[in-house]
Design a protein around this ligand. Structure first.
Ligand code: FAD
Length: 380
C-alpha cells in the first residue's frame, strides 16, 4: 500500500499555497470566519473562483471536453485539502465542483452539461440544494414537495411545497431540487431550477452557522420544464444517492480541524501549559483527524477504481464528524479563550462547524445506519 503523494501532487500543493498567498487578502481569516453563505464570502468567491479557473484549478478533475484538464480525483482532493484548510475561499461554490457538477456530468443531458458546467467553470454561479423539508430530513422519502405535470402542456410541471435548512438559497441562481413526481415514497425527480422563477419565496433562518447560511424556501405554482429535469422522471433517488456520496466526502473538514488543533497546541506551548493531560487530549484529537483522512482516502481510492463507495462514504463522513468534534472538545477544554479571541477568528468558529457537520449532508446517526446496512450487511 502506498500512502505517499507523487512529486506532481506535492508540486500542486505548493503551487496552490503560493497562489493563496498571492490572492487572499490580509484580513481573509476574519472574512473566512463568517459563514460561507455570508454576502462577504460569497462576493469574494466570485472574485477568487474565476482566478482559480484561469489557473486550471477550479474543476481540473472534470473531463477535458467539459473544461477539466484530466486531473484525477486525488488531485481534486489535494486542492480541496489546501483550500479547506485555508478557510474555503471558494465559498458556496464548493457545492458546484464537488458534487452538483459531477452529478450533472453523470446524469445530465448534453444541453444541461453545456449550460451548467460552463457557468460553474466561470466561477461566478451560486447553487443551493433543496432536499430537506419539515416532513423529511433524515427521512428523505417523507418529502411532500410535488412537481406535477400540467394537463395543458406535457412538458411543464408545477412545483408546490416547502424546503428548509437550504444553505445559500438567498444568493443562489439555481436550486438542485428534489420533488415528488408520483405517489410512491421514492417516486421523486431532481430538477435544475432557476431561483428567479415566479412563485419562489426565500426566508432566512437565524442559526449557529452564521448569517446568510440557512433558509426556508417556499414554492407556489412554480413552473419547471422537462428539459430542466436531471435524469428520468421518478428515478431521482439514484441521482440523490450519487450526489450525496460525493457531498459526504467532498469537504476535507479534517484538514481545517487539524489546523485548528495545531493552533490550539501552539497556544498552549507558548504559554508553557502543554501539560501531559493536554498532550493526551491533543493526541486523541489528532488520531481522530488522521483516521478521518484515511477513511476519506479509502473512498476516493474506491471511486478511482470504479468500485461502489456508498458505505465507505458514510463511514468516512462519520469519522470526519468525530474528528471535528474531538478538536472542538480539545479547544473547549484546553484553550477556551481562543473561542472569543480576535487573534484566531477561524478557531473561534470551529465548534459551530463541528455542530453543523453532524447534521448537514445527513445526520451522523444516519451515516451509522448506512454503515450498518451497506458495510455490515445488516437489515436496517
Ligand atoms: C449547516 C447545515 C446546512 C444544511 N444545508 C442543507 C441544504 O443546503 N439543503 C438541504 O436540503 N438540507 C440542508 N441541511 C439539512 C440537513 O440535511 C438535515 O438537518 C439533516 O438531514 C437532518 O434532518 P432533520 O433536520 O429533519 O432532522 P431529523 O431527521 O428530524 O433528525 C433529528 C435527529 O433524529 C435522529 N434520527 C432521525 N432519524 C433517525 C434514524 N432513523 N435513526 C437514528 N437516528 C435518527 C437524527 O440523527 C437527528 O439527530 C443542512 C443542515 C445544516 C445543519
Amino acid at each position: 500500500m502506498e500512502f505517499g503523494w507523487t512529486e506532481e501532487q506535492d508540486a500542486l500543493r505548493a503551487r496552490l499555497k503560493a497562489f493563496l498567498a498571492a490572492n487572499l487578502p490580509d484580513d481573509w481569516e476574519t472574512t473566512a470566519s463568517l459563514s460561507p453563505g455570508s454576502q462577504a464570502v460569497t462576493d469574494f468567491s466570485k472574485v477568487f473562483c474565476p482566478k482559480l479557473a484561469e489557473e486550471g484549478l477550479l474543476a481540473s478533475h472534470w473531463p477535458r471536453e467539459h473544461g477539466g484538464n484530466g486531473a484525477t480525483a486525488w488531485d481534486h482532493f489535494v486542492i480541496g485539502e489546501v483550500l479547506w484548510e485555508a478557510g474555503e475561499p471558494r465559498g458556496p461554490q464548493y457545492y458546484n465542483v464537488n458534487w452538483i457538477g459531477p452529478t450533472i456530468l453523470a446524469y445530465g443531458s448534453e444541453e444541461q452539461k453545456a449550460l451548467h458546467l460552463s457557468r460553474m467553470l466561470k466561477g461566478d454561479v451560486i447553487w443551493c440544494q433543496g432536499f430537506s423539508e419539515p416532513s423529511g430530513g433524515s427521512d428523505l422519502g417523507g418529502i411532500r414537495t410535488k412537481a406535477e405535470k400540467t394537463e395543458e402542456d406535457g412538458n411543464r410541471y408545477l412545483v408546490n411545497g416547502q424546503k428548509i435548512w437550504t444553505s445559500y438559497a438567498r444568493l443562489a441562481e439555481f436550486c438542485f431540487l428534489v420533488a415528488k413526481t408520483g405517489p410512491a415514497r421514492r417516486d421523486v425527480s431532481v430538477f435544475l431550477l432557476p431561483m428567479d422563477r415566479p412563485g419562489i419565496t426565500v426566508r432566512p433562518i437565524a442559526s449557529v452557522v452564521g448569517d446568510g447560511d440557512l433558509h426556508e424556501v417556499f414554492f407556489d405554482d412554480v413552473e419547471v420544464f422537462e428539459h430542466e429535469r436531471l435524469g428520468a422522471e421518478g428515478k431521482g433517488w439514484e441521482v440523490i444517492r450519487y450526489s450525496l456520496d460525493y457531498e459526504r466526502v467532498g469537504i476535507p473538514r479534517y484538514a481545517l480541524a487539524l489546523r485548528t488543533l495545531n493552533r490550539a497546541v501552539a497556544e498552549l506551548q507558548d504559554e508553557d501549559c502543554f501539560v501531559p493531560e493536554a498532550e493526551l487530549a491533543a493526541a486523541t484529537a489528532l488520531t481522530a483527524c488522521e483516521a478521518a483522512r484515511m477513511l476519506v482516502y479509502e473512498t476516493v481510492d474506491k471511486r478511482m477504481r470504479g468500485r461502489p463507495d456508498t458505505g465507505s462514504a458514510s463511514m468516512a463522513r462519520y469519522a470526519v464528524v468525530c474528528a471535528e468534534r474531538a478538536v472542538a472538545d480539545f479547544v473547549l477544554d484546553w484553550t477556551p479563550h481562543l473561542f472569543t479571541s480576535n487573534d484566531a477568528p477561524m478557531v473561534a468558529t470551529h465548534h459551530k462547524r463541528a455542530i453543523a457537520a453532524g447534521l448537514a449532508a445527513g445526520a451522523a446517526e444516519i451515516q451509522l445506519n448506512l454503515v450498518a446496512r451497506d458495510v455490515l450487511g445488516l437489515g436496517v
